[in-house]
Design a protein around this ligand. Structure first.
Ligand code: PMT
Length: 402
């Protein structure tokens, strides 16, 4: 399961014999779908070369604080912003001491002062160094500041001694990073989503559709899996990989999408309708390719079933979240749809020329419900999806505990 899909892990490597294991951490994070960038302290480069990490990550490895070229590329502030989580493994006694005292005398310590992201440290050192009152004091201080301390483990150490101080194994550390992202906000709930466009056939070679790529809906489905839900994703024709850990049902037309959604909707605790369902479909599909002899042609279209309204009105217990794609009057139209379609919540976005909505990697949302609203600023769709799912989970639990 790609538990780290779309996650950005910044891996800090400090000087210790366990530094070679960081290469395996990087590889395992990638296997779970993460994008990884590496920052090394000067001492770490004595144990393993930056080239190893560069080859594995396919990205430049950052080692220097005062490097004009790196600052022009991705400097320490940008790196701190880029990461979803920062894992320092191994974290030496010296590094821990410098971090605890708030020093910023290399790139990694500076970066950690400049981040508000979760920092995880995997201490690795001789057992007596680990036991030392200074190291223990430093670790407790950092823990008090919200730093997550992973391990250390017990066993034979590089120095030949036996005790507590070994770095946890790469798979244990990667597991801890993956678990950090599993929020449990929708634990055990059944979530049904639809995503992407539909295609309404005109004849065997032509159809009516729209620009939806499915990116928003797939990111939402992934965020629901991470939040612990059982997820069913009804997908229109899109070119996207299935996020792991969910059931995907592929459909083409609005009619097929309606049938697939209705077949699953009774078991759904939450329905999120991010699909751009085509609103009108040809009354008839021509058997053969329509000839282009005439200078004009007319198509008679009929309205497609409003899938969202059907789910929202069939069973009051399903928490229904709609989307509104607008080119003007965003708030007014979105609030109108919230009411008209009997929804619990609606997420409105701009679509059309130069706006984020359709087919872009970024988007922003204005979310409305009966007695509240929240703006979620422009960000990559995976992040936006997580924010929206947190909001949906909060509203769902409030409604169901009332
Ligand atoms: O797929 P991407 O490229 O990532 O783009 C994302 C998106 C722009 C498609 C997405 O964010 C979005 O706005 N989806 C809804 C698009 C839409 O059809 O909006 P609407 O305002 O026309 O419809 C309102 C709601 O009714 C939607 O939840 C829609 O799924 C639902 N609907 C509409 C028509 C219909 N026949 N059945 C429906 O269920």
């Amino acid at each position: 399961m790609n538990k780290l899909q779309h996650r950005r892990v910044l891996l800090g490597v400090t000087g210790g014999i366990a530094a070679y294991k960081a290469a395996e951490i990087l590889r395992q994070c990638q296997t779970l779908g993460a994008e990884v960038r590496v920052v090394m302290t000067p001492a770490a480069t004595e144990f393993i070369t930056p080239l190893t990490f560069q080859a594995l990550s396919g990205q430049p490895v950052h080692t220097k604080l005062l490097d004009a070229e790196e600052e022009a590329g991705m400097g320490h502030i940008n790196l701190a912003r880029w990461a979803d989580v920062i894992l320092v493994a191994p974290a030496s006694a010296d590094f821990i001491a410098r971090l605890a005292s708030g020093m910023a005398n290399d790139l990694l310590t500076t970066l950690l002062l400049a981040t508000d992201k979760t920092v995880m440290l995997a201490p690795a050192m001789n057992r007596l160094m680990f036991d030392d009152a200074n190291t223990q004091g430093n670790l407790r201080k950092l823990e008090g500041q919200g730093v997550v301390i992973l391990g250390p483990g017990e066993g034979v150490q590089a120095c030949g001694e036996v005790g507590l101080g070994r770095m946890l194994e790469p798979e244990e550390l990667v597991q801890a990073v993956a678990e950090y992202f599993q929020t449990g906000e929708l634990a055990g709930l059944n979530v049904l989503l639809n995503a992407g466009p539909t295609r309404e056939a005109i004849d065997p070679v032509r159809y009516i559709s729209n620009h939806s790529s499915g990116k928003m809906g797939f990111a939402l489905a992934q965020a629901c899996v991470e939040a612990g839900a059982h997820v069913t994703l009804v997908a229109g024709p899109v070119q996207l990989q299935t996020p792991s850990g969910l059931e995907r049902i592929d459909v083409i037309s609005a009619h097929e999408m309606a049938e697939a959604v209705m077949a699953k909707s009774k078991q759904a605790d939450i329905f999120i309708a991010s699909a751009a369902v085509v609103d009108y479909t040809p009354v008839e599909i021509a058997q053969n390719k329509i000839k282009k002899n005439a200078s004009e042609m007319q198509l008679t279209l009929v309205k497609t079933t409003d899938i969202l309204t059907d789910v929202a009105t069939q069973d009051d217990s399903t928490f229904c979240v709609g989307f509104a794609a607008e080119t003007d009057n965003l708030e007014e139209y979105a609030k109108g749809k919230l009411k008209r379609k009997s929804l619990d919540m609606i997420a409105a976005n701009w679509v059309g020329k130069d706006s984020g909505g359709f087919n872009s990697d970024h988007n922003s949302l204005s979310v409305y419900w009966a007695d509240g609203e929240q703006q979620i600023g422009s960000m990559p769709k995976p992040e936006l999806a997580r924010e929206l799912i947190t909001l949906i989970a909060k509203r769902y639990h409030e409604k169901n505990s009332a």
